[in-house]
Design a protein around this ligand. Structure first.
Ligand SMILES: Cc1cc2nc3c(=O)[nH]c(=O)nc-3n(C[C@H](O)[C@H](O)[C@H](O)COP(=O)(O)O)c2cc1C
Length: 193
């Protein structure tokens, strides 16, 4: 049994939809036990009706793999996700996350608004924790296609929300998110199952 946490922040619901797809993909793997949680958000005005429970930083120790989802804020993770992670110093001091699998997915308003930078600037936090970083391999061929404007890169699944948040994740983007969840769960069950 490998324990997987999909941990996300979503202000408008795009990452929430992606996180649900990631969790669905991870649940397809026999021996994977998957929880879907979100980080606290003190900023008013966000999407209130999100079913996922709020995680506490100390809970991360209970999982073998953690798949993080964050929208971009100026090409980086959101302050809400940063704030959560900045409360994991105690876990870092004790090396509690060393050897766990970590992976990241994201969203942005515009096609080139910082998806890759958001994921790649997230990875150092995982590496400082000693986590094993996993992306979205090219066996997920939908990241190659030019048939539609879409997210997805070898760094992780992603979606383009539009300038007003008017575009929800496409079938292909949700498919890539599910693939990433399944891929991480397969690796985690090999390592910890
Ligand atoms: C302060 C702020 C900064 C943002 N910076 C960017 C940005 O640099 N590039 C971009 O494409 N979108 C940017 N966005 C748009 C968000 O990334 C977008 O609202 C988010 O991906 C939607 O995800 P959600 O529905 O899960 O919250 C920004 C939004 C806010 C509020």
């Amino acid at each position: 049994m490998a324990k997987i946490l999909v941990l996300y922040h979503s202000f408008y619901g795009h990452i929430e939809a992606m996180a649900e797809a990631v969790a669905k993909g991870a649940r397809e793997v026999p021996g994977a036990q998957v929880d879907l949680k979100r980080v606290p958000d003190p900023v008013p005005g966000g999407k209130a009706d999100q079913a996922a429970p709020i995680a506490k930083p100390e809970e991360l120790v209970n999982y073998d793999a953690i798949i993080f989802g964050t929208p971009t804020r100026f090409g980086n993770m959101t302050g809400q996700m940063r704030n959560f992670l900045d409360q994991t110093g105690g876990l870092w001091a004790q090396g509690k996350l060393i050897g766990k699998v970590g992976s990241v997915f994201t969203s942005s308003a515009t096609q080139h608004g910082g998806q890759e930078s958001t994921i790649l600037t997230f990875h150092p936090t995982l590496l400082h924790h000693g986590m094993v970083v996993v992306g979205l391999p090219y066996s997920e061929a939908r990241q190659m296609g030019l048939d539609e404007i879409k997210g997805g890169s070898p760094y992780g699944a992603s979606t383009i929300a539009g300038g007003s948040g008017e575009r929800m994740p496409s079938e292909q983007e949700l498919g890539m998110a599910a693939f990433q969840g399944k891929h991480v769960a397969q690796i985690a069950t090999k390592l910890f199952g």
